[in-house]
Design a protein. Structure first.
Lengths: 423, 555
C-alpha cells in the first residue's frame, strides 16, 4: 500500500457536493483561496516527538539510532523513513529543525508551546487558538470557534481572555459529543425552556445589569443553538466517502484530522488535534514506529485534502509538541526530554512553502556532549517568533497589547515574525 | 500477560482504599447546641465593621440596598462554608427557630459541622499549595487537606498553622503540613526555593513577588535581591530518608544574570528585620517573621482571602496582590501614580487593618472572623437594586453596598445538585453509598464544568460546556429523575396539593418560595397534569430550576 494519492483525488472529485454543508452560510463556507478567512489547525504531538525519528533524522551517526531517512518531494530534504506519505506532501509546508526552549518539563513545555510564553505564576496566557478565535470572531458559526479534539492533559486554554475562549473539548468525535442531546422530546423541551424564561425573569427583577453580565442567558442560547445546529454535521465523519476516510486511516487520530478539516471547512477558527504517546523514555524506536503509523497517513491526507479543496491557502497547519528528544540514546533504548533543538512543521495559510530552517549537529556527539550540550542548533528559532509569525499570518495583530484582568499590559506574542516564512 | 492475574487484587485494594477513605472520616452528629453557640464577644466587633461601611458609603455618596431575606442569607452561608445549599430539613428547622439572632446561631452551628472543615480546607488549600496533584510519591495533597481540615475543626490559631507549614520537618505522610514545602519539590531538580519563597509570600502575606525572581517588580517596589534573600530561607531544605529536614551546611547560591557568576546569598527579609529572630533554623526564622504580630501583611492577607471566600469577591482584588499596609514605610521607591485600590483617603483606616487587628486581638480565631463578617451589614444586603445605572452599580459593588453576584464554583454547583436531590441533609451521616457517589462523581463533574484552579476568585462568566452539562448532563438527569429515592420523586408523591408541590420544589432547589408571577405561571399548568404524569411535571420543574441563573450564581 503506497500512497492512496490517486484514490484521494478520485474521492475528492466525487465528493464535490460535500463542500456545501447544509444550513450554513454558503458564502463564507464556499469561499476558497485567499478570499477565505484564515483558520488554524494544530496537530499536537503530546509527550514530545523525537526530531530524529520525524523530520530531522541523522542516520548512520552515533545519535541516529536505527532510523533511516527517505527522500521527499522537496529536493534535498530527507525525513525519517517512517513517513513515506508525509514525504509526498511536505513540500506544501516548511520544516523548522532548530526550535529552542528552556522548558524540559511536560507541563511547562506544553504551556510554552501552546501559548508562546513561559509559565508565569501570576497569570495564564491564552493559547494560539484562543487568540485567533478572540480576535477573528465569526457570527455565522453556531458551533464553538475553538475546538480541541482528542485533547490530552493540557488542552488549549483561553487564559486571561476568559474561559469562553477555552478550546471546546471533544475527546473522541466518532463517539458523538457529550451532553449535546436534549433529554426529553421537543414538546417537553420547549415547555422547559418557556418555564426557564419565567424563572429567569423573576431573578432578573432588580438585577438586570448584573444578570446580563453573567452571560448566563447568552451561553444557554448559544448552547441551544449549537444543540440544534446543522453545522454539527461537521463532526459526522462517516458522511465522507470511504476513500477519503481510508486515506486518513481508520484510527482515532485519523478521525480527528478528518473532523478538523470538516470543522475548518464549516468556518471554525482553530482546531487542535492531539496525538498522545510520544514520551518514549524507553523503546523510542518501536514507539515512534507505532506513532508514525497513525501520524503519517492522517497528516499527509490532511495536507492533501486541504490542498485539493483549496483550503490550504487559508489554513495554517502547525505540527508540533512540547519539546524534542535527546540525541543520546539511553540504556532503555529510549530518548529523554530535549528542548534544545527540535523540529516542527508549519505552513499553509498563505505562508511560503518548501523552506527548511535550521540544522542540528550532524556530527556524532560524544555521550557527554549529548547530555550536557549547551550549544544551540544552527539558526535557532525561538518559540515566540514562531507564534508571532503564525498570528500575523492569521491576520491577528500579534504585538497588540491587551490588559489582563489585573490590569497588566500583555502582548499576544512577545516574538518577531520570521520574515523568511512570509510569502 | 501475568500482570492480568494481579487485576482482581488491584481491584480489591482499590475498593478497600475507597471504603476506608470514606469511612475514616468520623461520623459526627450535627453540632450540639452547646458547642454551636456564637462566639461570646461578637458584639465588640460587628459594630466596628458596620460603622466602617456606614462611613464609607456616606463618603462615597452611596445608599446601600435593603437587607436580604434571611433564607437568602442562609443560602449564602451554607454555600460559602459547606459548598452546598441548605437542605429542606435545615430550612424547616431554621424557619421554626424563633429565638433571637438565629442567623448568628446557625452560622456557629455550620462552623461546627464537619462539612465546613472539609470544604473550607479545600478552599484555603488552593491558596496554600495550589490545585496540582503533583508527584504522588513525594507529595500528598490529600494528606495535606486532611490535616488542614483537622486544624479548622480544632479551630487552632491561624499563625500556628502557618508556622507549621513553613517550618515543619518530617515525612509528608506522617507530618502532612510539610506537604507545603513538598509542593515545591521536583524530582529532577530538588526543592525549588524560588517557587517556595514566591508561594509563601503570596499565600501568607498576600503579595506577589514571584516576578521579582527575574526582574524588579514592574509596578511595586520588590527588588530582585530582596527575593533572593527570602528564597535563601528555604536554602537549607533537604530531603532525607526521614523526610524534610534542614541541613545547616547547605548554601543558597544564585547566578548573577549579567556576570553569570554564582554567589552565595544569605537569608534576609525585605522589611521588618526586627521581627526575624536570630535563633532557629532558617525556615523557623522565616516562619517567625511571617507570623510576627507586627507583620500586618499576615492578617491583612487572610482577612482578604476569607472575605473573598464568603462573598465570592475579595475586598481587594486580586486576592493575593495587596498593596503595602497603609502608613507602613517600606524600603524602596514609591511607585509613581500607584494608588490604593480602594481609594483610601489619607489617614483612613483600611477594612483589612480593621478586621485584621480584630482577628489578632481575638486570638487569630478563624471561626470568629467568619462569624463577624457574616453578621456584618454588607453580607446581609440584597443582591438587587432599583437602579440600572451601570457606573453607580459598579461603585456599589466596589464598596459592597450591594451583595455581589458571583458564579458558583463547580463544587458548589454539584453540592447544590446533590442536596436538592435529597430532602434530608447530605452530610457525614448520609448513607455510605450516596457519599461514595458524591465523592467519585464530584471529581468528574468538577473537571467537566471547568475547575478555576487557584484563581477561583476571579470574576468569571459562564461557558457553553457548562450550560450543556447543566441542561443535558447525566448528573442532572439522575438527580432530577423522579424515583422513590430522590427528592423530586418524593415531592411528586407526597405533596398534598399543587401549591405545596411548587413550594417544595422551589425551597429545595432555590431556597425560596415562588414569586407571585411564577406561581401564576406554574399553577395552572400543574392543574392540567394528570396524576400519572406528576413525575414528569416534577422533573420538568426541577430541570427548569437547575438551569436558571439563580441556581448557578451566588446572590
Amino acid at each position: 500500500m503506497n500512497l492512496s494519492r490517486r484514490d484521494l483525488l478520485k474521492a475528492a472529485f466525487a465528493s464535490g457536493v460535500s463542500f456545501a454543508l447544509p444550513g450554513l452560510d454558503l458564502r463564507a463556507a464556499n469561499q476558497r483561496g485567499n478570499e477565505r478567512q484564515k483558520s488554524l489547525i494544530v496537530i499536537w504531538l503530546g509527550g514530545g516527538a523525537s526530531q530524529l525519528e520525524t523530520w530531522d533524522p541523522h542516520p548512520a551517526t552515533k545519535i541516529g539510532g536505527p532510523t533511516k531517512s527517505i527522500k521527499t518531494k522537496l529536493p534535498g530534504l530527507e525525513i525519517a523513513d517512517l513517513y513515506p506519505r508525509v514525504a509526498e506532501q511536505i513540500h506544501e509546508l516548511n520544516v523548522i529543525r532548530s526550535l529552542v526552549s528552556k522548558e524540559g518539563d511536560h507541563e511547562r513545555g506544553t504551556y510554552l508551546l501552546k501559548t508562546g510564553y513561559r509559565p508565569d505564576p501570576t497569570l495564564i496566557h491564552p493559547s494560539l487558538g484562543a487568540i485567533a478565535s478572540h480576535e477573528l470572531p465569526n457570527d455565522q458559526v453556531e458551533i464553538p470557534a475553538h475546538i480541541s479534539l482528542l485533547g490530552g492533559q493540557y488542552p488549549a486554554r483561553g487564559g486571561f481572555l476568559g474561559e469562553m475562549f477555552d478550546a471546546f473539548k471533544i475527546y473522541d468525535p466518532s463517539n458523538g459529543i457529550r451532553n449535546l442531546k436534549a433529554r426529553v422530546g421537543d414538546d417537553r423541551q420547549q415547555q422547559r425552556l418557556k418555564a426557564l424564561e419565567v424563572v429567569s425573569k423573576s431573578f432578573q427583577a432588580g438585577r438586570r445589569v448584573q444578570v446580563e453580565n453573567t452571560l448566563h442567558q447568552l451561553t444557554v442560547e448559544r448552547a441551544l443553538r449549537m444543540m440544534t445546529s446543522e453545522q454539527l454535521k461537521a463532526f459526522e465523519i462517516d458522511q465522507e466517502p470511504q476513500a477519503i476516510r481510508d486515506a486518513y486511516s481508520d484510527t482515532q487520530f485519523g478521525h480527528g484530522c478528518l473532523a478538523a478539516r470538516r470543522l475548518v471547512e464549516t468556518g471554525v477558527r482553530a482546531v487542535e488535534v492531539t496525538l498522545q504517546g510520544w514520551d518514549t523514555h524507553a523503546n523510542n524506536f518501536t514507539g515512534h514506529e507505532t506513532q508514525a503509523k497513525q501520524l503519517d497517513p492522517a497528516l499527509a491526507a490532511l495536507i492533501h485534502d486541504l490542498k485539493q479543496r483549496d483550503l490550504l491557502a487559508s489554513t495554517v497547519v502547525l505540527c508540533i509538541g512540547e519539546f524534542g528528544r535527546t540525541p543520546k540514546i539511553n540504556p532503555l533504548e529510549g530518548r529523554d526530554h530535549w528542548p534544545k533543538g527540535f523540529s516542527c512543521l508549519v505552513g499553509g495559510g498563505g505562508l511560503r512553502s518548501g523552506l527548511v530552517i535550521g540544522e542540528t549537529d550532524t556530527e556524532p556527539q560524544t555521550e557527554q556532549d549529548a547530555n550536557k550540550s549547551t550549544t544551540l542548533p544552527h539558526d535557532p528559532i525561538e518559540v515566540p517568533d514562531l507564534f508571532a509569525t503564525i498570528l500575523r499570518q492569521l491576520g491577528v495583530e500579534f504585538d497588540k497589547e491587551v490588559l489582563t484582568p489585573i490590569g497588566r499590559p500583555m502582548k499576544f506574542s512577545s516574538g518577531k515574525p520570521i520574515e523568511r516564512l512570509m510569502a | 500477560m501475568r500482570w492480568k492475574l494481579l487485576l482482581p487484587g488491584i481491584v480489591l485494594l482499590a475498593v478497600i482504599w475507597l471504603v476506608s477513605f470514606v469511612t475514616d472520616q468520623p461520623l459526627k452528629g450535627i453540632a450540639t447546641e452547646e458547642s454551636a453557640r456564637p462566639t461570646a464577644d461578637l458584639d465588640e466587633s460587628i459594630p466596628k465593621v458596620n460603622s466602617f461601611f456606614a462611613k464609607r458609603w456616606a463618603g462615597e455618596n452611596l445608599q446601600p440596598v435593603k437587607q436580604a431575606d434571611e433564607l437568602a442569607v442562609l443560602r449564602r452561608i451554607t454555600l460559602a462554608l459547606m459548598g452546598t445549599v441548605p437542605s429542606l430539613e435545615e430550612i424547616r428547622a431554621f424557619e421554626q427557630d424563633s429565638g433571637p439572632d438565629r442567623l448568628q446561631r446557625w452560622t456557629a452551628r455550620f462552623l461546627h459541622d464537619r462539612r465546613y472543615a472539609e470544604y473550607f480546607a479545600e478552599r484555603l488549600a488552593r491558596g496554600f499549595v495550589g490545585v496540582e496533584g503533583g508527584q504522588f510519591i513525594v507529595y500528598r495533597r490529600d494528606r495535606f487537606l486532611n490535616w488542614l481540615s483537622g486544624q479548622l475543626e480544632a479551630n487552632r490559631p491561624y499563625p500556628e498553622l502557618v508556622r507549621e507549614m513553613i517550618a515543619g520537618n518530617g515525612l509528608w505522610t506522617d507530618e502532612p503540613e510539610v506537604n507545603f514545602v513538598m509542593a515545591g519539590y521536583d524530582d529532577g531538580e530538588g526543592f525549588n526555593k524560588n517557587k517556595l519563597a514566591g508561594r509563601a509570600v503570596r499565600a501568607f502575606l498576600g503579595q506577589r513577588i514571584d516576578c521579582a525572581q527575574c526582574h524588579d517588580h514592574p509596578f511595586d517596589h520588590w527588588k530582585q535581591n530582596e527575593f533572593a534573600g527570602l528564597a535563601a530561607h528555604f536554602g537549607q531544605l533537604k530531603l532525607s530518608p526521614v523526610g524534610v529536614r534542614e541541613d545547616r551546611d547547605l548554601k543558597f547560591e544564585v547566578e548573577d544574570r549579567h556576570t553569570l557568576e554564582k554567589k552565595v546569598v544569605e537569608p534576609a527579609v525585605p522589611f521588618g528585620d526586627q521581627w526575624e529572630p536570630t535563633k532557629g533554623t532558617r525556615r523557623e526564622r522565616l516562619a517567625a517573621w511571617v507570623t510576627h504580630p507586627e507583620n500586618r501583611r499576615l492578617e491583612r492577607a487572610i482577612v482578604n482571602r476569607v472575605w473573598g471566600l464568603l462573598f465570592g469577591r475579595s475586598w481587594i482584588e486580586p486576592v493575593d496582590d495587596l498593596p503595602d499596609p497603609p502608613g507602613e514605610q517600606v524600603a524602596g521607591p514609591n511607585i509613581e501614580g500607584a494608588k490604593h485600590p480602594k481609594s483610601l483617603k489619607a489617614g483612613e483606616r483600611d477594612l483589612l487593618d480593621l478586621l485584621g487587628a480584630d482577628f489578632r486581638e481575638h486570638g487569630y480565631d478563624l471561626r470568629r472572623l467568619i462569624e463577624v463578617i457574616v453578621a456584618s451589614k454588607p453580607f446581609l444586603l440584597e443582591s438587587k437594586s432599583d437602579s440600572d445605572d451601570v457606573p453607580r452599580l459598579d461603585r456599589m459593588k466596589e464598596h459592597f453596598a450591594i451583595f455581589p453576584l458571583t458564579r458558583l464554583r463547580p463544587e458548589q454547583v454539584i453540592g447544590a445538585l446533590y442536596q436538592a436531590s435529597s430532602l434530608t441533609t447530605v452530610d457525614q451521616n448520609s448513607h455510605l453509598i450516596s457519599r461514595f457517589i458524591k465523592l467519585t462523581r464530584s471529581n468528574d463533574f468538577v473537571k467537566e464544568y471547568g475547575d478555576l484552579g487557584e484563581n477561583e476568585l476571579e470574576d468569571r462568566a459562564g461557558t457553553i460546556p457548562q450550560a450543556l452539562l447543566r441542561m443535558n448532563g447525566n448528573l442532572t438527569k439522575e438527580t432530577i429523575d423522579a424515583t422513590p429515592f430522590t427528592a423530586s420523586g418524593r415531592i411528586s408523591q407526597m405533596a398534598p396539593n399543587d401549591e405545596k408541590f411548587l413550594e417544595l420544589c422551589y425551597l429545595v432547589c432555590l431556597t425560596r418560595r415562588p414569586a407571585a408571577e411564577e406561581a401564576d405561571y406554574f399553577l395552572p399548568l400543574l392543574k392540567q397534569v394528570r396524576p400519572k404524569r406528576r413525575g414528569q411535571a416534577v422533573e420538568d420543574l426541577y430541570w427548569t430550576l437547575f438551569n436558571s441563573p439563580e441556581f448557578a450564581w451566588n446572590h
